[in-house]
Design a protein around this ligand. Structure first.
Ligand code: ADP
Ligand code: MG
Length: 318
């Protein structure tokens, strides 16, 4: 045959940027034409909005809000999907010795990371804030598919895992519809599959938190997910100490020391949850824990700009 095949000739990538779950999403799909690309992107958006309806703690009508409203009162029957997400969140709490805990949500009132705080909360207020925190107090009943928060005033929130979960689900849905390749980027929670239309691997740039405009490493990413935690704007400083918006569920104090945690994992959900947990665990414990997990790697940056990485990671610095 005389015809030459140009790799990627058939397809192009299409990207849409929009706000979902209160965050910026960039959805990229590889498709044959713009109409097809748009159709696929609509599909991903629909899936993310569906999940938001289920897990939002702002939306009064969500099942998550119903669980929170009934804390200390009664179990709430929920969709198996939400039930299983909570089960997995509890498993991650156990894996991280409680550094990750969706019940952190009852204490989100005393710390504000939008620049409005003028003084440190009192020790009493901090101690009181963790009194309703503890994943051990989430009671699950599999037969009924019900969730009961045992302590009155207890609350759950998916701020540290929801973006990753929805990115995984959107990717799975598109793959099931035969979409060859794409990227779901949920504010830096990246999930890829397939290759670029040119046949090259997708590449992700990891931003240097010390200098946001500078990409500090570029790594190929096929099939997996990479998540960076560390929103440089969301922190508060008291007596020269920088407190991030990730809170240690045991002490009630926000995490200090780490300014950026990037985690590579097969799924965005796990990467998302672990990136958050590392802030609480700190560099040593965090690296140690990541090194024990198969197919999981990390790159951490501390507040002095020191870079640490897990055992198997190869960074080609640019
Ligand atoms: P970001 O992408 O903004 O850095 P993360 O994925 O690290 O976000 O999640 C941070 C969010 O997770 C917080 O804004 C809060 O909603 C929630 N959170 C804070 N502390 C914890 C914790 N110890 N365990 C679980 N979720 C937490
Ligand atoms: Mg996270």
């Amino acid at each position: 045959m005389a015809a030459t095949t140009i790799v990627g000739y058939c397809c192009q990538s299409y990207t849409r940027t929009l706000k979902l779950m209160g965050s910026r999403f960039d959805i990229t799909v590889v498709a044959e034409n713009e109409d097809e690309g748009n159709q696929y992107i609509d599909m991903a958006v629909g899936e993310i909005q569906r999940i938001e309806k289920l897990i939002s703690s702002w939306d009064e009508s969500s099942q998550t809000s119903a669980i929170n409203r009934n804390s200390g009162i009664k179990p709430v029957i929920v969709d198996p999907e939400l039930f299983q997400l909570i089960e997995r969140a509890i498993a991650i709490s156990k894996l991280t010795d409680g550094a990750f805990d969706i019940t952190y949500a009852s204490m989100d009132k005393i710390w504000k990371f939008d620049g409005s705080m003028t003084e440190m909360p009192s020790q009493e207020a901090i101690t009181a804030s963790v009194s309703k925190v503890g994943y051990q107090h989430i009671r699950l009943n599999k037969e009924e598919s019900s969730v009961f928060l045992e302590l009155p005033g207890m609350k759950i929130g998916f701020g540290a895992i929801g973006k990753g979960y929805s990115a995984d689900k959107a990717k799975a849905l598109l793959m099931a519809h035969g979409v060859k390749a794409g990227i779901i980027n949920a504010s830096g929670d990246m999930n890829t599959w397939g290759t670029q239309p040119s046949g090259e691997e997708w590449k992700v740039g990891i931003v240097n938190p010390m200098n946001k405009n500078k990409v500090f490493a570029v790594l190929p990413l096929n099939q997996g997910a990479v998540v960076t935690s560390g929103d440089y704007e969301k922190y508060v400083k008291f007596n020269g100490i920088r407190y991030t918006h990730i809170i240690n569920p045991q002490t009630g104090y926000p995490a200090t020391g780490i300014i950026s945690a990037t985690v590579f994992a097969p799924k965005a959900e796990l990467a998302d949850a672990l990136a958050t947990s590392i802030f609480v665990m700190g560099i040593d414990v965090g690296l140690n824990r990541i090194n024990q997990l198969p197919h999981v790697e990390c790159i951490l940056i501390d507040e002095n700009g020191n870079v640490y990485s897990s055992e198997h990671i190869k960074i080609e610095k640019e």
